[in-house]
Design a protein around this ligand. Structure first.
Ligand code: RB5
Length: 149
């Protein structure tokens, strides 16, 4: 799988650990920054990563901030993005299976390294189930354009 990763300053410290883990599992990961620990605004990095995931069809993203909340909210403003704030392997697997999530989000201040590894494994190993979930995912895109659902 091909991933893009971005964080804010509150997700910066864990970024290299995540990159190393994803690479060790045989995936590609491209670092969109930040490249120092200076304070930055998470919407800027959410937009950067979300834009790449939409542009590069079939790719995925990982977004990290302090809680994972702000960066996931911001990413979900981009049409075509389904950014899921996860807290464990179960939520990471379910968001691939049912929501066809294309960005995994979490909080550096919330989850530890073992949980992060298990979330990445679950996200990578779980396929979208389609079927009854496909129409629901299509309706999410309708929401992004303000359609009447
Ligand atoms: C930064 O202090 C923090 O607000 C940010 O990383 C994130 O947790 C926001 O949702």
């Amino acid at each position: 799988m091909k991933f893009y990763i971005a964080t804010d300053h509150a997700g910066f410290v864990i970024k290299d650990f995540v990159k190393d883990y994803v690479t060790s599992k045989g995936h590609e990961i491209i670092d969109l920054g930040p490249h120092t620990d200076e304070r930055v605004d998470y919407p800027d990095y959410a937009k950067k990563c979300a834009g790449m995931v939409v542009e590069d069809k079939g790719s995925f993203g990982i977004l990290i901030c302090g809680t994972g909340i702000g960066i996931s909210i911001a990413a979900n403003k981009v049409a075509g993005i389904r950014a899921a704030l996860c807290h464990d392997a179960y939520t990471a697997a379910m968001t691939r299976a049912h929501n066809d999530a294309n960005i995994l989000c979490f909080g550096e201040r919330v989850v530890g390294k073992g949980v992060i590894e298990s979330m990445i494994d679950a996200f990578c190993e779980t396929e979208f189930e389609g079927g009854r979930h496909a129409g629901r995912v299509e309706k999410i895109e309708g929401c992004a354009f303000g359609a009447d659902i």
